[in-house]
Design a protein around this ligand. Structure first.
Ligand code: 5GP
Ligand code: MG
Length: 178
């Protein structure tokens, strides 16, 4: 697995330090007894981020999952719903958590979908954002890191469903994604 990584962009130490900072920002936003927080992890890429993030959040919360796929195997394609939202969002303070904001198609779709279910509030958090690609009009409330426009894996992010367990975030060797 490690032999497939061309270079590391973010080490697990850097990631964990930043996740704690983002958790503090989120905790500040949702402090107060009247918060009815529902975290919506976007499967599968956000699993490691969400697991680390929510354990740093001393806030009463529910979890409502959904799964989308913007590409299958190694080819990009249509956005497909693999698992419909499972859990409580109506009347609640919803925080959607995804691994990476690239073209913004995924986050935009999820925001529109959840808006129709009448949440009390709706915010978004992503671990990574590619500023060169993200549309200027798409607001996300919490961002871990802005990164270069390269295809990255590790810490939950996959290539063909592999490398999610790689602890750092790195760029794959070019011949592997061709
Ligand atoms: P968007 O809809 O913003 O274009 O893309 C978001 C989704 O595409 C992410 O949830 C992620 O699954 C996938 N994606 C986009 N860029 C990357 C990347 O660099 N690496 C990996 N592993 N997935 C990516
Ligand atoms: Mg994803």
């Amino acid at each position: 697995m490690e032999g497939d990584i061309d270079r590391i962009l973010l080490t697990s130490t850097q990631i964990h330090a930043r996740v704690r900072e983002v958790a503090a920002e989120i905790a500040e936003t949702y402090r107060g007894d009247e918060t009815e927080l529902t975290i919506v992890p976007v499967l599968s890429g956000s699993i490691i981020f969400v697991a680390d993030l929510i354990r740093e959040l001393p806030v009463k919360m529910k979890i409502a999952m959904l799964q989308l796929s913007s590409y299958r195997g190694d080819t990009r394609g249509e956005l497909r719903t693999l698992l419909d939202l499972v859990g409580d969002v109506s009347g609640r303070d919803v925080l959607v958590v995804d691994d990476i904001l690239d073209s913004g198609q995924t986050i935009r779709h999820i925001k529109e979908d959840i808006e129709t279910k009448n949440p009390r509030s709706l915010r978004t958090a992503v671990l990574l954002r590619k500023p060169d690609r993200a549309p200027a009009d798409l607001h996300v409330d919490f961002v871990g890191f802005d990164i270069e426009d390269s295809f990255v894996v590790g810490y939950g992010l996959d290539y063909d469903d592999h490398y999610r367990n790689y602890p750092h975030i790195g760029v794959l060797k070019p011949d592997l994604t061709n």
